[in-house]
Design a protein around this ligand. Sequence first.
Ligand code: NAD
Length: 311
Amino acid sequence: MPHRLRYRRLEGRVAIVTGAGAGLGRAHALALAEHGAKVVVNDLGGSTDGTGQGSAAADQVVSQILAAGGEAVAEYSSVADPGSAARIVDAAISAWGRLDILVNNAGVLRDRTIPNLTDEDIETVLDVHLKGSFSVSRAAYRVMKPAGFGRIILTASGAGFFGAAGQANYSAAKGGIAGLSRALAVEGARYGITSNCLAPLAQTRLTGDAFGPLGAALQPELISPLVVFLASPTTTVTGEVFSAGGGRFARIFTAYTPGVLLNAGAGPTTADEIEAHLTEILDVDGYTVPASSAEEVMTLVGQLAGHSGPA
Ligand code: NAD
């Protein structure tokens, strides 16, 4: 990896990676460390369904970073536990006195079809992914805001945008993470805080053999350069979602279509009128990718102002 040694983007920076004991988190932690970041390697060390715990996973990654001449500390809290967010952020502050980068990555699965999901399946997945990302991001934001700098990266999933059978709990959590990231980006803009999401595709213990023979081409390390890029002080892109896997990087975006104004100023339209205009409503030609929900409201204000009277 000589090119990385020549081009260390994150010298002097401090990062937290949650769920960094295996899979994608491990690859991200190693890549950030190779670029000079000091890394809090958080991992509960449990199984893919969120049960169990252990220190070995985080310890191994810390040892690997130290052996390569980097700096890292292990942290074993569950991101889903009350009080853990403060402990995880404190680990960075007490070791190095600052926090620049947060990669929310910890994840578990409880896949079942909708009628078979138990309350516990729903809560566990929402707690680890959505509440965990929310509370660790909030704790990090509280440190980043007064410092006037922060790079937050969250891990969503194609399931959160496009849906996946047998993953309603996971899809809901990942869609929530995407909304959280947008809010962090909009609110953090004035404080030098960026927030972006990954929607990764990688062969890990979480995905098992789901990708079949393609799995061999989907190594987690192929995604980590994007994390290094998004974590870099020179990177200002924010509020975006990047699909990444197998060396392919693409944008996932949320947009609205121009739509149609029906019966404006003259009371409610009818279901029949909506049905009659469905093709226009769904037509993506001329779509807008807004920077915030306020921008969508302004579009509507403009459309209503441009409308000369009842249709
Ligand atoms: P993985 O199982 O290899 O790694 C997840 C790590 O998170 C494990 O080391 C685990 O111990 C840790 N973890 C789990 N619960 C935790 C908790 N409560 N607190 C702290 N650590 C915890 O899985 P992965 O595929 O590397 O997944 C990483 C992230 O990427 C997850 O958020 C996952 O949903 C997401 N993701 C992965 C894929 C993929 O194709 N692999 C696709 C979409 C999204």
